[in-house]
Design a protein around this ligand. Structure first.
Ligand SMILES: [Zn+2]
Ligand SMILES: [Zn+2]
Length: 353
């Protein structure tokens, strides 16, 4: 084949999607699962996965990658290469983030049936609306982030969720516990709240195969940001990790990167990691009672250059600030710390006893 053509060069059960080396590769025989690796150009993660489960003429696509100029038609080329009939194909999005739902329109317009869990629709209505941007700003202001930085951080993240309703992408919903069918296989919709409130996995019990979205990753700890004040996303995530550890997952297909070893061990290690971070936050509150959330961010043990905070990219600062606030929410929700109002409008933190 002439150079510059795609479709070859990566061995059996694999084909390239373009000249850049992106591939569609078979990663499991039963059920038959293919991994389509798509580019992520705007975060620290190198790529995002879409998976295609195929049985006879039916196909199920799990997650739809990022819609950007770099990916253009890579996912459609993968489906073409696999000989999948869009009319016999369902797209399921594990959560509403842009890197998992970004190419849904392209698939829908080709005739693919788009399905999301009710929880993901709830996330779209919560996270992909201008009111959420304003709520994020108000929340960061109350934690002591300056007005300018609160606006900067909210603006860098708030449109990272996709809203199928406002985008007018046709879809239907499924509930927790529903079973999505693809040929002989039935995949159960399993809630995995934490990374977002409504995220769901798909679970095929006979082969012990799970499509986990961003519920757990081997590349890094899944990022957990704050939700509404009074919610406990870290607590939800730790509970999700505990449930996943018990499920007996053998084949895990993740939003980013690959499974590297035992899912159960990874879940327990990641839960312990969150526990250590919360403990550090509590120790910092005890050390200097009455600090603000923003003051406490550098005390939580992040590997980040706090001496050059202003030079740190806004997206990185957002992840650090929002996950720090989520840990403070966890301490408050579990009764380990108190958040007290202050005349300045910025809350102060105290250890419970
Ligand atoms: Zn995500
Ligand atoms: Zn992701």
């Amino acid at each position: 084949m002439a150079s510059g053509e795609w479709g070859c060069g990566c061995g059996a059960d694999c084909f390239t999607l373009d000249e850049d080396g992106f591939t569609c590769r078979k990663v499991l025989d039963a059920p038959e699962v293919w991994r389509v690796e798509l580019l992520m150009h705007d975060t620290f993660l190198p790529s995002v996965n879409a998976f295609v489960l195929r049985d006879g003429a039916d196909a199920l696509v799990v997650d739809a990658g990022t819609s950007d100029d770099f990916n253009d038609t890579r996912l459609m080329r993968a489906l073409l290469g696999l000989g999948v009939d869009p009319e016999r194909t369902t797209l399921f999005c594990t959560h509403a983030h842009m890197d998992h739902a970004g190419l849904a329109r392209e698939l829908a317009e080709a005739g693919v049936r788009v399905v999301i869990p009710e929880g993901v629709l709830g996330d779209m209505r919560l996270l992909a609306v201008p009111a959420w941007r304003d709520e994020m700003v108000a929340r960061m202001r109350a934690e002591g982030v300056s007005e300018a930085e609160s606006a900067e951080l909210a603006d860098v993240i708030w449109d990272h969720a996709v809203n199928f309703e406002t985008e007018k992408i046709a879809f239907s919903t499924v509930r927790a516990g529903d079973v999505l069918r693809c040929g002989r296989w039935g995949l159960e919709v399993v809630p995995t709240p934490g990374h977002t409130p409504g995220q769901c996995a798909l679970w095929e019990p006979r082969s012990r195969t799970a499509f986990l979205g961003d519920a757990v990753l081997f590349l890094c700890s899944t990022c957990i940001g704050f939700w509404h004040e009074g919610d406990d996303p870290i607590g939800e995530q730790v509970a999700t990790l505990g449930r996943l550890a018990e499920m007996g997952v053998e084949h895990a297909f993740l939003g980013h990167g690959l499974q590297e070893g035992s899912v159960s061990e990874r879940c327990l290690a990641n839960a312990a990691h969150h526990g250590r971070r919360s403990s550090r936050a509590l120790a910092a509150i005890r050390e200097t009672p009455g600090r603000t959330g923003y003051d406490l961010v550098p005390a939580m043990g992040w590997r980040a250059p706090f001496d050059r905070w202003s030079e740190t990219p806004a997206l990185t600062r957002w992840f650090l600030v929002s996950e720090s606030i989520a840990h403070l929410d966890h301490l408050v929700a579990t009764g380990a710390a108190r958040r007290e109002p202050h005349a300045s409008g910025v809350h102060r933190y105290f250890a419970a006893e």
